[in-house]
Design a binder for this molecule. Structure first.
Ligand code: G16
Ligand code: MG
Length: 213
């Protein structure tokens, strides 16, 4: 008797995690160093500024940047990222996303978005799925990012539902921690720990829901 589903976006509804990582790599190359592939998982679900700190930890020169310089670096990263996602459309939705959203809507299960990305609203519209969402958390209104519970707590409040009646769907370990501490039921997409349910893809999650209905 699930009443709501709260989705993360990057890495769940669309594979933007790759574009995020590539933008950070481009930025590190501009600064004269390179980040290893493992940074891809480290920045999943992590805010822009905190992600920058992780990236800069790989700078062999260990340069110290001022806050103003850091802001300008995150602006650079975002410009590179926006260039990579500028042509995004419904073709970039993870397989099964549209079918899953339609299925939940038909079952009168309420739907919310809990993405740390300030580009999330743009992408929901670009991929033509914004109308399915009963609530979208504005990440700039959230004080503590994932793994803190705040963003998922806000999402269930927007839906007007108790957390324990909602699933939280995430591709990041930091996101699973956030879901757990907010009291939702954690659904992991990808190789994650501490999930109540875990699937390799969003489509596998959708297929499992169909089988159980
Ligand atoms: C996403 C990504 C993170 C990114 C963050 C902020 O989180 O997974 O890598 O750093 O958003 O994004 P932006 O720089 O676009 O504001 P989520 O919560 O959607 O997985
Ligand atoms: Mg994510």
């Amino acid at each position: 008797n699930i009443k709501g589903v709260v989705f993360d976006m990057d890495g769940v509804l669309t594979e933007t995690s790759k574009a995020h990582f590539e933008a950070w790599r481009d930025l590190s190359n501009k600064l004269g160093f390179n980040i290893p592939d493992t940074v891809g998982d480290q920045v999943r679900g992590i805010s822009r500024l905190e992600s920058l700190e992780i990236v800069l930890s790989y700078d062999a020169k260990k340069r110290a940047f001022t806050d103003a310089e850091k802001t300008s670096l995150t602006d650079d990263k975002n410009a590179i990222y926006l260039e990579k996602i500028k042509a995004y459309s419904k073709r970039d939705l993870a397989p099964g996303t549209l079918e899953l959203l339609k299925y939940l809507q038909k079952k009168e299960i309420r739907i919310a978005l809990a993405s740390a990305s300030r580009n999330a609203s743009f992408l929901l519209k670009a991929m033509e799925i914004d109308s399915y969402f009963d609530g979208v958390v504005d990440p700039s209104s959230i004080k503590n990012g994932k793994p803190a519970p705040d963003i998922f707590t806000k999402a269930v409040a927007l839906l007007g539902l108790p957390a324990e009646k909602c699933l939280g769907v995430e591709d990041a370990q930091a996101g699973i921690e956030s879901i757990r501490s907010a009291g939702l039921i954690p659904v992991g997409i990808g190789p994650l720990e501490k999930c109540q349910y875990r699937f390799d893809t969003l489509n596998d999650f959708y297929q499992a829901l169909l089988l159980n209905s």
